[in-house]
Write a protein that binds this ligand. Structure first.
Ligand code: DGL
Length: 272
């Protein structure tokens, strides 16, 4: 057990998006070392089939596992939605996805029991958030309204976070959400926290936004603490980034998602 607390936390995503989850982890658990893998050669996952995303997810996980991680965070909502059972069955370390923490945070937040979920087409099609919300709500009940918002991903990556274009897109997707009795909206995609302000403006002040990145970091802390493998205070953490395509764009765009520069990223070959 003692030795396990020295291993890094492994985090993977289809690309830069999972850096919003890494950011929340680094803020909440400043002594933990991390290894981040962005599968930039195969991004996007959000429009691919569950079968293909599961294959990529298993490959990503084994890359990180070989490097001695003590816990795996599946930062990608789409991969969490479709590949979590396969990952949990295949790995010998605990696996934390972003769906269950996000769903539980939404249930704690909602006042009237109306929860909206927005995400990639793959996440929404999987029904994973809906299932998680219904199971966690139990007999208390919850009304779930979901919507895929695929254009938010390129907008966030291009840095179009404010102004007419993102506002128009957000209106098209979300304007009627506030009329559906939804009082809580889960940002069920790694990229959406960057568009928080414009989303909040469109859905209005009565709808509270839930960022699954923060909820996931909280779940990771609880799990490490329950297992007695939190990194000791005072430990100087190390952080490393790996990508499956050339690192330049990842480092440039990623700095915006992480909120700090990415000093270096190593390109690795996961072809199979
Ligand atoms: N990381 C993905 C997610 O959270 C968004 C980007 C993609 O489609 O790969 O669902």
């Amino acid at each position: 057990m003692r030795q396990e607390s020295h291993g890094p936390i492994g985090v993977f995503d289809s690309g830069v998006g999972g850096l919003t989850v890494l950011k929340a982890l680094m803020e909440r658990l400043p002594h933990e070392s991390t290894l981040y893998l962005g599968d930039t050669a195969r991004v996007p996952y959000g429009t691919k089939s569950g079968e293909v995303v599961t294959r990529y997810a298993l490959k990503n996980a084994s890359f990180l596992l070989e490097r001695g991680i003590k816990l795996l965070v599946v930062a990608c909502n789409t991969a969490s939605a479709v590949a979590l059972p396969a990952l949990s069955a295949a790995l010998r370390v605990p696996v934390v996805g972003v769906i269950a923490p996000g769903a539980r945070a939404a249930l704690r937040r909602t006042r009237g029991g109306g929860v909206g979920v927005i995400g990639t087409p793959g996440t929404i099609r999987s029904g994973a958030y809906q299932r998680e919300l219904e199971v966690a709500a139990g007999s208390g009940g919850v009304r779930v309204k979901t919507r895929a918002c695929p254009l938010f991903v390129p907008l966030a990556e291009e840095g179009w976070l404010a102004g007419e274009v993102p506002r128009l897109v957000a209106r098209e997707y979300l304007e009627d959400f506030s009329r559906t009795g939804v009082d809580t909206l889960v940002l069920g995609c790694t990229h959406y926290p960057l568009l928080k302000e414009i989303i909040a403006e469109v859905v209005g002040p009565r709808v509270s936004l839930v960022d699954s990145a923060e909820a996931t970091a909280e779940a990771v802390e609880e799990l490490l603490s329950a297992r007695g493998v939190l990194a000791p205070e005072g430990r100087e953490p190390t952080h490393a980034w790996f990508v499956t395509d050339v690192p330049e764009r990842f480092m440039e765009v990623g700095a915006r998602f992480l909120g700090r520069p990415i000093p270096t990223a190593e390109q690795v070959d996961l072809s199979f």
